[in-house]
Design a protein around this ligand. Structure first.
Ligand code: FES
Ligand code: FES
Length: 174
């Protein structure tokens, strides 16, 4: 145990962690109190994930961790080792935009761009979550952690519902 401790806690109280982000492993040496949001933005240069409130209240920092939407401002980076993190930069694939991204475009569901990455990460997660119902009310409830101050909720909801069929079809073909 002692050896492990000496290995993982580097000098100056920093800790070694490997974050797997968008399919790529990133070894980092960071203070143990660095949150995932700051590790992504400041250490890995993935600035698509936004810092809004920094207190778990706005959803701007939403990323996916093993498929689930999480607030990256509330998660210590060192707790993310062994998990697959997906950020907005990893949502599209070689095949093109994610259905949610395409639908947001078509439905004019984004405006300021600050909350949109988090909205898209939550939307993509909820459409793959069998525990979340398909009604508008269920989608609104699942998206309630993502605040949009400009009030694009109506178009965001329309975009999510219109992306549903394609996400389902892609899931079925895997
Ligand atoms: S920045 Fe994380 S919820 Fe607002
Ligand atoms: S789209 Fe960002 S606040 Fe509405």
């Amino acid at each position: 145990m002692k050896d492990h401790h000496q290995q993982s806690v580097a000098s100056g109280g920093e800790t070694s962690v490997t974050l797997t982000v968008n399919g790529e492993a990133h070894p980092l040496t960071i203070p143990p109190n660095v949150v995932l949001l700051d590790a992504l933005r400041d250490r890995l240069g993935l600035t698509g994930t936004k810092k809004g409130c920094d207190h778990g209240q706005c959803g701007a920092c939403t990323v996916r961790m093993d498929g689930q939407a999480i607030n990256s401002c509330l998660k210590l980076a060192v707790m993310c080792e062994g998990s697959e993190i997906t950020t907005i930069e990893g949502l599209a694939s070689e095949a093109g935009l994610h259905p949610v991204q395409q639908a947001f475009l078509e439905q004019d569901a984004y405006q300021c761009g600050f909350c949109t990455p988090g909205q898209m990460m939550s939307a993509s997660a909820l459409l793959e979550d069998a525990h979340i119902g398909t009604s508008d009310a269920a989608v609104r409830e699942a998206m309630s952690g993502n605040i949009c101050r400009c009030g694009a909720y109506k178009n965001i909801l329309a975009a999510i519902q219109s992306a549903r069929g394609q996400v389902q079809a892609e899931g079925d073909s895997l």
